[in-house]
Design a protein around this ligand. Structure first.
Ligand code: IDP
Length: 202
């Protein structure tokens, strides 16, 4: 575990801490952009009300519900679908940079990653724009992350936008795990963009 990171149990032991839970929903896909550029994965993020990019989720009070039940509740509001999230989907927890001098009210951000079917992802996108109560309010729309490099654009352009909290590093660290799979060629341009952004050597 990297320094500054907490296990789920350690995080929950922090009395008085606030907890924010967000999730990366993704699937594999065979789809090709322009019929020739493999997209490989569909990863969902969202444009928030404040113009920043982030993952679906929100604040959860563990005195009232489990982190995972709270995250599912937030997903229902933001995406219009009841997606069960389990403890096994929890991949990371860390302290957000302190914004107040009082350590007792520090925010811990929990990050979950959940793999779905392509059909489920499509259904969630449709529900997010039609039945979700937060649509057009707290959430302006779901966006897919471009996992390729095109002339002058693609992943590098996406990463140059502004992200809420540590959402950008949550995305990059998750991408790193995906591209470390055996099929992934480290010479593919977008993989170089990931490694460069993480300041890792190719
Ligand atoms: O995608 C994310 N990754 C990491 N932290 C986030 C993300 N989205 C929001 N946060 C952090 O969690 C806090 C609460 O999140 P959010 O604004 O989604 O909750 P809310 O809708 O319950 O108020 C934010 O102030 C921000 O610091």
């Amino acid at each position: 575990m990297a320094s500054g990171q907490l296990s789920r149990v350690e995080a929950l032991a922090c009395s008085g801490c606030r907890h924010a839970c967000h999730v990366m929903l993704y699937c594999d896909t065979e789809t090709q952009l322009f019929g020739r550029i493999p997209i490989r994965h569909i990863i969902l993020m969202q444009m928030r009300f404040d113009g920043l990019l982030g993952f679906p989720g929100g604040l959860v009070n563990p005195q009232e519900e489990t982190l995972e039940a709270g995250l599912s509740r937030e997903l229902l509001e933001e995406m219009g679908v009841a997606l069960p999230i389990s403890v096994e989907d929890h991949v990371d927890a860390c302290y957000a940079p302190a914004s107040t001098p009082s350590p007792s009210s520090r925010l811990i951000t929990h990050f979950y990653v959940r793999k779905m079917d392509e059909e489920q992802i499509r259904e969630a996108e449709i529900a997010a724009a039609s039945t979700a109560t937060d649509h057009g309010l707290e959430v302006l729309g779901m966006v897919r992350v471009p996992l390729y490099t095109t002339k002058g654009g693609g992943l590098a352009s996406f990463l140059s936008h502004s992200f809420i909290g540590n959402a950008r590093s949550q995305l990059l660290n998750s991408l790193l795990l995906l591209v470390r799979q055996p099929w992934c060629n480290p010479r593919i341009n977008y993989v170089r963009d990931i490694l460069y952004s993480l300041r890792l050597k190719i």
